[in-house]
Design a binder for this molecule. Sequence first.
Ligand SMILES: [Zn+2]
Length: 169
Amino acid sequence: MFQFKTNHNIVYTKDKLMKAKMSTRNKCYLCKLSTHTLQHILVDCCFVQSCWRSFCTWWFIMTRVNLNLCWLSILYGYFYPCKFKTITNFALLVAKYLSYRCFLNEESLDFELYKLLLRVKVLTEQLIASFLARSDSVALLSPFLVFLLFSVLKLITYLFIYYYCCYYF
Ligand SMILES: [Zn+2]
């Protein structure tokens, strides 16, 4: 959903909220220089660029893939040919969403928190995949059970992040 909103530039940023008179400020709270636009909070802000450099270094250590992250591949997905392209785009999406949430709530960007969140998201995806693979017929799953499963996984993710933040800060 977040990528869909990004593609259509309908993500709520402070510049849009200010135009709608729902925010009194439209400046980036980290650099205090630029307007809080989607491109700024995901690509252009010097604090985000530092996180992307950390991401590329960490990604190279993990996969031996040297990413060429331009603004297009950050905003719309990595399109250059490379190994692990699907998981690369998944990792980028999680990073973008966390960055967006941090900017919106005016929290500091933390690369360690990102790695933790990515781990939880990957585990969640693996759990869903194994759950769906085990059941012979997906049609037997009632929509309520699927909703319950996703709700529980989401709750676990938020609790995990909450306890991590309490411990870390
Ligand atoms: Zn900034």
